[in-house]
Design a protein around this ligand. Structure first.
Ligand code: 4YA
Ligand code: UDP
Ligand code: MN
Length: 351
């Protein structure tokens, strides 16, 4: 049965009223839907613009977080040092752009796993495969006294592991400091041709989020996560003038942690040579800097400023306060029993 004429007219009137209503309510939508210039509409933005907007947004959110936490103007929370080196925080860079810039570079990752610290090597390498410089050419330089105990990780095809034997010093302080001596040889030798950038790390750590080419630069150091809100007068620099690592009160910008730093091969050669000379000179005087090679590293970096500074995103420990200011925790300390891993009994246990 055909609908009556009244019903048709009635339906038409309702439809017209509805369409006019929509036009009045959402003129922009109508314009956009029927506009011939649809493709060029200013609100349809390119991928690059989208990345820029995301970076801006992340940055604003970080500033808001800092404001809410009421921590004041702490140098380490900024994104630029007073000597105009970038401080790398999440949301301040475009990773796609940087990946293209660094696509032909080879990155070395230098690590010591001596005595009981061999237990940390497996998880360290496994996490590096997942998060460290993914898609780039990587060469691991692993130094250990237990070559036979190293379990080879499953590695992506553009990654290589170079395994070397190293003396096991009795004192943990000497093991830690020996890294500088080994670095001087390595960077003077084969690394000159095999690697563009070298990253030096503690082994008692795991990568827990992206760590990529944004960290590369001529001379790069990480702000210690326990000191990023502290004032320079309270930094744990070596304060005894007799030590080669001495930094007078009043000098220094950040307290850097020796668990993660890097740079070009030439620069790491200069840095490690300077630190090693400081260590040897202190030993001759029968003294040792308060935080061993970390003190010498800080001394070098106070007078040879990093060209790039990494925020505490790049070294974190979940036991530390103020984690709310560090959105991404990219490189995490593995909790260890200091006494147990550092004691000397393991020498008799194993040797
Ligand atoms: C290391 O940090 C580890 O031995 C700890 O187990 C922990 O993982 C830590 O790093 C993050 O002063 C003012 C509060 C500071 C609290 C953190 C202290 C120690 O700081 C020292 C310098 C050295 O860098 C130690 O390596 C570091 O301890
Ligand atoms: N290390 C090692 N064997 C040792 C002591 C130290 O291999 O017996 C190396 C290891 O790479 C370690 C680094 O030296 O991560 C620094 O020592 P540690 O991590 O104990 O220092 P912390 O971070 O606790 O200050
Ligand atoms: Mn460590």
């Amino acid at each position: 049965m055909l609908p009556s004429r009244h019903l048709v007219i009635g339906t038409l009137i309702v439809l017209v009223v509805f369409i006019v209503g929509i036009c009045v309510q959402y003129p922009k939508l109508i314009y956009e839907t029927f506009s011939l210039k649809h493709e060029q509409h200013p609100e349809i933005i390119s991928t690059h613009e989208l990345i820029e907007k995301t970076i801006e947004l992340n940055y604003c959110q970080r500033q808001l977080g800092i404001k809410r936490s009421n921590v004041g103007r702490t140098a380490a929370l900024q994104i630029l040092t007073p000597w105009l080196a970038p401080i790398i925080w999440d949301g301040t860079y475009d990773i796609d752009l940087l990946n293209t810039q660094y696509k032909d570079k080879t990155i070395g990752l230098f690590v010591f796993a001596v005595k009981k610290y061999i237990r940390f090597l497996g998880p360290f390498l496994k996490s590096a495969e997942r998060y460290f410089m993914v898609g780039h050419k990587v060469r691991y330089y692993v130094f250990t006294d237990k070559v036979a105990e190293v379990k080879w990780p499953k590695m992506a095809e553009n990654r290589i592991l170079v395994l070397r034997e190293v003396t096991a010093d009795q004192r943990w302080q000497d093991v830690s400091m020996r890294r500088m001596q080994v670095l001087t040889n390595l960077t003077r030798g084969e690394l000159q041709t095999d690697v563009d950038y070298l990253v030096c790390a503690d082994v008692d750590m795991v990568f827990a989020d992206h760590v990529g080419v944004e960290i590369l630069g001529e001379r790069v150091a990480t702000i210690h996560p326990g000191y990023f809100l502290k004032q320079p007068l309270s930094f744990s620099y070596e304060r005894r003038p007799i030590s080669n690592a001495y930094i007078p009160y009043g000098d220094g910008d950040f307290y850097y942690m020796a668990a993660f730093y890097g740079g070009t091969v030439d620069e790491i050669y200069k840095l490690s040579t300077a630190c090693q000379e400081g260590i040897v000179s202190d030993k001759k005087k029968d003294i040792e800097a308060v935080w061993q090679e970390e003190s010498h590293l800080n001394k070098y970096l106070v007078y040879n400023k990093p060209t790039k500074v990494l925020s505490p995103e790049y070294i974190w420990d979940t036991d530390l306060p103020n984690g709310n200011l560090v959105q991404k925790k990219r490189f995490l300390a593995v909790h260890k029993n200091h006494e147990e891993v550092r004691n000397r009994r393991d020498l008799t246990d194993i040797n």
